[in-house]
Design a protein around this ligand. Sequence first.
Ligand SMILES: Nc1ncnc2c1ncn2[C@@H]1O[C@H](COP(=O)(O)OP(=O)(O)O)[C@@H](O)[C@H]1O
Ligand SMILES: [Mg+2]
Length: 370
Amino acid sequence: MFDNIKKKSVKRLTSTSIANYYEQSRKSIRWKLGRSQASEDSLEWMIPKPSWRNFTLQELEAATKKFSPAKLLGKGGHAEVYKGLLPDGQIVAVKRITKKEKKDEDRAKEFLSELGIIAHINHPNAAKLIGFGTENGLYLVLQYAPNGSLGSLLHGNSKKTLDWNRRFKVALGIADGLKYLHSDCQRRIIHRDITASNILLSEDYEPEISDFGLAKWLPENWLHHVVSPIEGTFGYMAPEYFMHGIVHEKTDVFAFGVILLELITGRRAVDSRRQSLVKWAMPFLENNNVQGLVDPRLGDDYDIIEMERAVSAASLCVQQSTDTRPNMSTLQGGAYNSKIIRGNFKIHLMDQLKFQIEFYEFNDFSWFLE
Ligand SMILES: Nc1ncnc2c1ncn2[C@@H]1O[C@H](COP(=O)(O)OP(=O)(O)O)[C@@H](O)[C@H]1O
Ligand SMILES: [Mg+2]
């Protein structure tokens, strides 16, 4: 049974799906360029042909020492990820899809969707695809992230605390990556599973959004999807998604707010008594008690202005109502770039919150960026 589905899906996957994504991108760019009379030549120059490799099982086994437990980098709800070494010396991460509870057909469909999305994106703060494998299983071959996941760095057994400089850099990078997914890439994407374990860290601690297993395309004029079943990670799910299955770009914004709280407090999104971090943090946020939130492991070793910005951004992102939650462009790349995360202003936290909520709807503050 699986063989059948696999063959059909794989055929579609290798000869049609990837080619389709590629062709669609070319067409949409050709259409946009058409308006500016760009030539086919410039198109060829702008969109390189994809170079993802189709790995045989033998190649993947050789790279990972037959998926040796010693090479296991991590395990999520849907996959096992192994460190691999290619013959040319490149280190990679091989993601072997498990999803044991799913039907073969669903598993193949979801694999194609994850592959299509990760092949489509291209941003320094998003995971990079090297290739895939479909022989006797479903595999993604990804660029290796030497510093592992944010979850293991923040909450793992290491005695070394992630310092504030790095935490703040991680916050900025995730915000950039999310803004790209939501509004800057050719086809908009909602990730749906932004969590600390799905943020990977490069050699120099640049964050990369990874694990697009639940991600959804958002058609141009749509504001949201309604999905079922509701899948995601407890502690990060926005109320409208958790209760009604509404997937909005602000669903990711809520999860980003939870990650900000993890970076600020050093606490997990859900603690050992299953209490959510958002609930724990709310009294501190409401009383503007920044000191009460800060991870005691940081001591005084942080920039107070950056910390206040991170707290005010977190506070906005975890608002219960989607209307008062900003989108990533507002929060990061556009009007509030200077206000919320990056800028030079120091405004009292509550004033800042009021200020944003009042103004981001009515004003264009792009001049602040100058
Ligand atoms: N490219 C990578 N480099 C290093 N570690 C990785 C990489 N991709 C995944 N991992 C590790 O494997 C874990 C599970 O991977 P993920 O893609 O999130 O799988 P799942 O879909 O099962 O959640 C991650 O939390 C991380 O620890
Ligand atoms: Mg994951």
